[in-house]
Design a protein. Structure first.
Length: 470
């Protein structure tokens, strides 16, 4: 073995000696393995990594140094539980080679039967570092290695393809250790690095999480072991860390009092024939559904008899235009807040679309459709009732002169499995100033002319002068 070790590091030596050491290192005792560390350390010399100029060639790079470096990596990964001082000394070389191989593997050619595979090297590397996740000094070293989270995330995608119980029993708890440790924090850059390693999109994260849960839970009748329970806890914690809202808790708590003040400026009477906007303390709430507000008993009685509240009392806070409305009042309040936020953020684009619609179809009523079915909201302006043909909507949304210009029809679409849920969420204004300005500009706008930034800014200024409530 000593003779082979000398051959492996000798100047101009072949790859065979290093391959032999890699294949037989697992047969050696822990004491004997340590004598091979200088061999692997020498083969992982960063100066042996080729430059980008050498990689950028029409044929894959074939280098004895790269072959020996990659082989030494695999041999090191078979050496379990290195003492921390040795791990710390060899870590910089391990990491720079792992990063190189998994990044530039397509440029490398070692032999017909021996070529680097990024997923395999990532997973072998992950198993190698699992024992060190509980050590603060070791995790400090890892934290100073840009790209490490990407590699571990890539290893996770390999883990769900493995069916060997002995590997799963080590890898999944190790993954949980990684998630609970300091390497996975609330830093959005670190979280994005993990998402990129998984596939780049939250849909990839969701798929990986579901596959992991399926493996850990197994058959529903089986007993969940302690290790599996720990791993499940880790994966659920990861989902919470990936949630972008988790990193905004402090901002949200600070903005809470301000939001409460803004929202308390006023609410609108839910009798859509009235729509008066006043302070909340001047309104009375329906005692049965506790969801809708009226400025007077007259408005409440009118809405009960003629506005449809008698039929929709249990779920009136937003009128559901489809058959199923399985939302709680808190859910509906969230959707109204989400729609109002997106309306404010996209107001210039919405005004531009409304102007174009009014210009092309003067006198036609319109609806602003907010479609959340494919992810980020998509906003369109359609002819009234075109998005959601529903018999209730015409008599729920009045066309009386008292509402003209102060009520804007907004419809929200969200996906529920293969079905689409559709809600009418009215936008109420305290005056007709916005509507009147839109009508005037639309009449004066030449056909096919682009709507200028100046016009949109003037509309935003008009809108800012009044109150808008969803």
């Amino acid at each position: 073995m000593q003779m082979l070790a000398r051959k492996a590091v000798a100047q101009g030596s072949s790859l065979q000696a290093t391959l032999y050491l890699r294949d037989h290192v697992w047969q050696l005792s822990s004491h004997q393995r340590f004598f091979l560390l200088p061999v692997f350390y020498q083969n992982l010399d960063p100066t042996h990594i080729p430059t980008l100029d050498r990689l950028d060639s029409p044929v894959p790079l074939h280098s004895i140094h790269v072959s020996k470096g990659y082989t030494s990596l695999l041999a090191l990964f078979a050496m379990e539980n290195l003492p921390l001082d040795i791990f710390a000394a060899i870590w910089p070389r391990i990491w720079i080679w792992v990063d190189f191989v998994q990044t530039y593997c397509e440029y490398l050619y070692l032999s017909d039967s021996f070529s680097p595979s990024p997923p395999d090297i990532c997973f072998a590397f992950f198993l190698f570092i699992v024992p060190y996740f509980r050590d603060n000094a070791a995790t400090d070293l890892m934290a100073r290695s840009p790209g490490l989270r990407f590699v571990v995330a890539r290893a996770w995608t390999v883990l769900v393809e493995i069916r060997k119980p002995e590997v799963l029993r080590v890898a999944f708890p190790g993954l949980a250790e990684f998630i609970f440790g300091p390497l996975v924090d609330n830093d959005r850059g670190h979280i994005q690095e993990l998402i990129d390693g998984i596939g780049g999109e939250l849909v990839h994260v969701a798929s990986l999480v579901m596959r992991s849960l399926h493996i850990l839970l197994g058959e529903i009748e089986s007993t969940v072991s302690v290790l599996n329970s720990f791993a499940l806890h880790g994966i659920v914690s990861f989902v919470m860390k990936v949630d972008v809202c988790m990193g905004m808790q402090e901002e949200a708590s600070e903005a809470g009092p301000l939001s409460a003040q803004l929202l308390s400026r006023g609410i609108a009477c839910d009798n859509l024939q009235c729509n008066k906007i006043r302070g909340k303390n001047t309104f009375r709430r329906c005692a049965q559904c506790c969801s809708v507000y009226y400025c007077s008993e007259t408005c409440q009685a009118f809405d009960w008899r003629h506005g449809g509240h008698r039929d929709l009392c249990e779920s009136y806070q937003m009128i559901c235009l489809t058959k199923y409305d399985g939302l709680s009042p808190h859910d509906r309040a969230f959707f109204r807040a989400l729609l109002h936020h997106d309306y404010q953020a996209l107001k210039a684009d919405i005004f531009a679309r409304m102007l174009r619609f009014m210009n092309e179809k003067p006198g036609q009523r319109l609806v602003v459709l907010f479609d959340y079915r494919l992810g980020p909201v998509s906003v369109t302006v359609e002819e009234f009732l075109a998005p959601c043909e529903h018999p209730q909507l015409p008599y729920q949304v009045p066309g009386a002169p008292s509402c003209e210009g102060r009520l804007e029809v907004n419809v929200m679409q969200v996906g529920l499995g293969r079905t689409t849920l559709c809600w009418f969420i009215p936008m109420r204004r305290d005056s007709t100033q916005v509507y009147d300005s839109l009508q005037r500009i639309a009449r004066e706008l030449p056909q096919e002319q682009q709507i200028s930034e100046t016009v949109l800014q003037s509309m935003l200024s008009v809108s800012a002068e009044g109150i808008e409530i969803h």
